[in-house]
Design a protein around this ligand. Structure first.
Ligand code: ADP
Ligand code: NA
Length: 301
């Protein structure tokens, strides 16, 4: 079993179905409202935990109604929350309205996620993990601190630059495995990812910056892997009935890391991630659509 530290965001998603989105200044009636746990950090932690890893989460929630609820949900998946801080603020929150055509309006409030400091994460025993997984939904200073700690303790780093932002080459060279979707790849490298040649050029750019292994996920076109020794591997996405692709990427990342860090080959780990992500798109929602080991194994038989 691999032991993974996830340093990242924890959100509550408040989703209301509406006939149509309100105009500025207008009050409308929503049809039904649901609360869901979310945040890329929490989603990827849940995916890794359900798919076989021992997971510890570093992050922050607010001292509002939602903080304890999120912690309760994550602890149900066996995630170690010792290093989740409670901030004197609101919990990270996404206010989402979905109209009858399925179009979303989303307001993201960083809340406690934006208040994570170096001090909050300085007491973690970084050397006890096989890998550290990061995204881009907490302050960059916190990520940079974790990357430096990982380098100091020679722990593998896995970075999902979502949302994409330009990071300095100094930090890219501290990243062992970069996992990003085609849009994030284009933002980071300025290369389009429309053709195989485009994708290879984009990945080569990232490898030239010092990243050791790069995976670009391509939605229903699958994924592409290349490392700094020019080894290449592609997966095709499974043909499944698509219900909701939310958290497909998070599922893919958590599944891949859980497998790869426990010693499986890159090919086996990517194939496994591709099955787990395909299952997640057949089910509505984010965290609740992430399968566990039994579900993936049944699907693979
Ligand atoms: P993100 O959610 O970050 O945008 P992608 O859309 O690239 O990520 O999806 C991640 C992975 O999920 C893909 O590489 C693929 O394996 C799987 N996946 C995504 N969409 C589908 C789909 N429609 N059918 C089957 N698998 C899918
Ligand atoms: Na889903």
């Amino acid at each position: 079993m691999s032991t993974i530290l996830v340093a990242g965001s924890m959100n509550i998603d408040i989703v209301t179905k509406v006939n149509r989105h309100p105009l500025p200044g207008e009050t409308i009636h929503g049809m039904e409202t649901s609360l869901f746990p979310g945040g890329k950090g929490a989603n990827q932690a849940v995916a890794a935990a359900r798919l076989g890893a021992s997971v510890c989460m570093v992050g922050a929630v607010g001292n509002d109604l939602f903080g304890n609820e999120i912690k309760r949900i994550l602890s149900d998946d066996g995630i170690d929350l010792t290093h989740v801080k409670e901030k004197n603020s609101t919990t990270g929150m996404a206010l989402i309205t979905i109209d009858q055509t399925g179009e979303n309006n989303i307001i993201l409030s960083q809340g406690a996620n934006g208040l994570i400091t170096k001090e909050d994460i300085s007491r973690v025993s970084y050397d006890r993990f096989d890998a550290i997984l990061l995204q881009n939904e907490i302050p960059w200073e916190a990520n940079a601190f974790v990357l430096e700690k990982a380098q100091h303790h020679q722990v593998k780093t896995v970075f999902n630059p979502a949302p994409a932002l330009a990071i300095s080459k100094d930090y890219l060279s501290l990243i062992d495995i970069l996992i990003l979707n085609e849009h994030e790849a284009t933002e980071m490298t300025q290369y389009k990812c429309d053709t195989k040649e485009d994708i290879v050029r984009s990945v080569q750019f990232l490898i030239d910056c010092g990243v050791k292994e790069v995976i670009i996920t391509l939605g229903k076109k699958g994924s592409f892997y290349m490392n700094n020794k020019q080894k290449v591997y592609s997966t095709a996405a499974l043909q499944v009935p698509v219900v909701d692709t939310t958290a497909a990427g998070d599922t893919f990342i958590g599944a891949f890391i859980a497998k790869y860090m426990s010693g499986h080959s890159v090919e086996k780990s990517l194939d496994y991630a591709s099955v787990a992500a395909a299952i997640s798109v057949t089910i509505e929602g984010a965290q609740n659509s992430i399968p566990n080991v039994d579900k993936v194994n049944n699907f693979m038989q």
